[in-house]
Design a protein around this ligand. Structure first.
Ligand code: UD1
Ligand code: MG
Length: 430
């Protein structure tokens, strides 16, 4: 069955206490809204996003990452509320699923459950011990009668523990009929989308309650909610990758971005942080290392290594306190304390402790190219732009500023001088 999706994202999100629009706050490296769009894309090719507060900023962000999205600007001054948000929205398929932009934890399976069956309307409901804040779902003889918002509830209705989770799959013709007929005669003087339920019931249409997991349908309204949602998503991400064969030591201490991927047999030790759309293939990331948006294949990093964005490590060993940035290393060993930035280093090369690529002159960044089997001695500065050809040896403690030919030894040190018995002349004999 083809289905359209509308994502409501016009709300201000005052409780986030932030200048960033609520739906652009990130969970595991991806904004809440993008989590919702990704779930919607799994089931639909017709997605409309309703915007109002900071509409331009949100739309730009979406367009930079997705194509083919439709946008609808809510007239929130005249028609506030979730029903007002739907005013003027056109969808192309016979069913329309309405989602909230601040529910980043919904899974494709739940969306499929909500969009299956024959009922005119499927609506998500949750049973809660504490229903405070939610619209109450009035059910009699297992039939939904209406949704009453908390602020409009009488005393008995307030006791109802079955609440509206806020997601609906509706026959599109009914939606087109009911939305223009909504009014704002309620405690909040808003146009409530939830009123379409009573309208459908009054016309003898079928409204089917779909019971859903609270965890998935929790709206994120504050930074505390954001942190809780991230914990839940992190647990899911790690379970997924462990099931796919990734080993994790103390998984509770590991962070993995929702865009990161793993292939082959990988090992992540405790405290590791894998950020961005990193791709890790058959590699071992050791304790407290950080990998940001990089490709790591057949390699090991850390403990306490840092691989910054746009790096590619293949068949490479990166040891403790080594930082790599925007560099490609193939078959390289850099065991300790080095900075490798804007560099390309080829097979069999060894980078000694304390080596630094001086890639920045305060204005521009420059490349360092190191060939095959190059031995860079400890505490060397490689002042870029610089090319070391294959089979070069760099003596420890050198500052290299000019390109070096294949097969050469290069050194730039002040010659060593010893002055015999200077110590005793200076301090006297003890
Ligand atoms: C809504 C439901 C309530 C349900 C709850 C579940 C209504 C009237 N009430 O209440 O029954 O229990 O969700 O979380 O629908 N939005 C707009 N434009 C607006 C107002 C809201 O686009 O003018 C968007 C928000 O950005 C948000 C979603 O609609 O994504 C829900 O709005 P929110 O204000 O959170 O509704 P609730 O009061 O929580
Ligand atoms: Mg809400």
């Amino acid at each position: 069955m083809s289905i359209s999706v509308v994502i409501l994202a016009a709300g201000q999100g005052t409780r986030m206490k932030s200048s960033t629009p609520k739906v652009l706050h990130e969970i595991s490296g991806k904004s809440m809204l993008f989590h919702a769009i990704d779930a919607a894309q799994e089931i639909s090719d017709d997605i409309t996003i309703v915007l109002y507060h900071q509409a331009t900023r949100i739309q730009e962000e979406i367009e930079a990452n997705y194509s083919g999205m439709h946008f609808h600007l809510q007239d929130a001054k005249q028609f506030p509320g979730t029903g007002g948000a739907m005013k003027g929205v056109k969808t192309k398929n016979s069913r329309t699923l309405i989602l909230n932009g601040d529910m980043p934890l919904i899974t494709k399976d739940s969306l499929l459950a909500l969009t299956s069956g024959e009922a005119d309307i499927n609506m998500s409901v949750i049973k809660l011990h504490n229903p405070t804040g939610y619209g109450r779902v009035i059910i009699e003889d297992e039939k939904v009668l209406e949704i009453v918002e908390q602020k409009d509830c009488n005393k008995t209705q307030l006791l109802t523990s079955t609440v509206n989770a806020g997601i609906y799959a509706v026959d599109t013709t009914l939606l087109e009929k009911y939305i223009p007929a909504l009014n704002n005669n309620n405690a909040q003087a808003e146009y409530y989308l939830t009123d379409i339920i009573k309208m459908a019931v009054d016309e003898g249409k079928s409204v089917n309650p779909v019971y859903v997991e609270e965890e998935e349908f929790k709206g994120v309204n504050s930074k505390l909610d954001l942190a809780h949602a991230e914990e839940i998503l992190q647990r899911r991400i790690k379970i997924k990758w462990m099931q796919a064969g990734v080993s994790m030591r103390l998984p509770e201490t590991i962070y993995i971005d929702s865009r990161a991927t793993f292939e082959g047999e990988c090992m992540l030790e405790n405290g590791v942080s894998i950020q961005g759309a990193s791709r890790i293939i058959s590699s071992h990331i050791k304790t407290h290392s950080v990998v940001e948006a990089s490709h790591i294949e057949n390699s090991d990093v850390g403990p306490m290594g840092r691989v910054r964005p746009n790096s590619k490590l293949v068949d490479t060993h990166i040891g403790n306190f080594v930082e790599v940035k925007k560099s490609t290393l193939t078959g390289v060993k850099a065991g300790h304390l080095a900075y490798i930035g804007d560099a390309t280093i080829d097979e069999g090369s060894n980078i000694g402790a304390g080596v630094i690529t001086c890639n920045y002159d305060g204005k521009n960044k420059y490349q360092t190219i190191i060939g095959k089997n190059v031995f860079v001695g400890s505490d060397t500065q490689l002042v870029a732009p610089l090319t070391l050809a294959d089979d070069v040896m760099v003596a420890a403690g050198s500052t290299i500023t000019k390109d070096v030919e294949q097969g050469s030894l290069v050194l730039s040190r002040t010659p060593q001088k010893s002055i015999k018995n200077f110590f005793y002349k200076f301090f006297g004999k003890k």
